[in-house]
Design a protein around this ligand. Sequence first.
Ligand SMILES: Nc1ncnc2c1ncn2[C@@H]1O[C@H](COP(=O)(O)OP(=O)(O)OP(=O)(O)O)[C@@H](O)[C@H]1O
Ligand SMILES: Nc1nc2c(c(=O)[nH]1)N[C@H]1C(S)=C(S)[C@@H](COP(=O)(O)O)O[C@H]1N2
Length: 178
Amino acid sequence: MPPECARIAILTVSDRAARGEYADLGGPAAEVWLRNTITSAMDITRRIVPDGRDAVADALRALAEDGADLVLVTGGTGPAPRDRTPEALADVIDFDLPGFGEEMRRASLLEVPTAILSRQSAGVRGQTLFITLPGKPAAIATCLNAVFAAVPYCLDLIGGARIETDTARCEAFRPVSG
Ligand SMILES: Nc1ncnc2c1ncn2[C@@H]1O[C@H](COP(=O)(O)OP(=O)(O)OP(=O)(O)O)[C@@H](O)[C@H]1O
Ligand SMILES: Nc1nc2c(c(=O)[nH]1)N[C@H]1C(S)=C(S)[C@@H](COP(=O)(O)O)O[C@H]1N2
């Protein structure tokens, strides 16, 4: 893989999708969104894990150790007993980026009042940016549309791969220095 190729992982967190009780629609929706938006070279992998703090934290750690530049996580952000994606994220990151969650909730609240229940967020471990999204497949585009303009510059700042976007879908914002 060329060094400029961005390594992106999509992690679906769902007990029922992990058991095969329903088809995972969230992971594929996130992949389609990325393929339609990112124009530079990328390698996308997808995984499914059950809900729960340890299962999710182990998967997040493994993805960072594998060298992922960006990890999108969908599911397990709510208040139900098995929804522990935020705790798993806190276990693995060096620091959080609360603006991501604030903006994704703001955008989602324009669509559904229960968006306030999602503890979705973002954080950085080493050179990996994690963004957590709600499990509802329809939430994925809403949330990525709301925040993705800041993702390329965030990856620049943490030493991740440089990514370019289709400006008709998402204009990556990189502040000009000086
Ligand atoms: N990965 C997914 N693929 C398809 N539909 C999903 C997925 N994740 C969630 N959903 C749908 O969104 C609804 C609410 O999502 P939520 O994450 O709260 O699921 P859940 O009820 O906790 O399910 P699970 O047992 O799979 O974790 C689910 O009932 C399901 O219909
Ligand atoms: N855009 C959007 N955000 C949303 C939703 C949605 O349907 N669309 N569902 C909400 C609901 S009902 C819940 S419980 C929380 C947490 O979902 P999760 O546990 O699947 O991550 O996300 C919220 N955010």
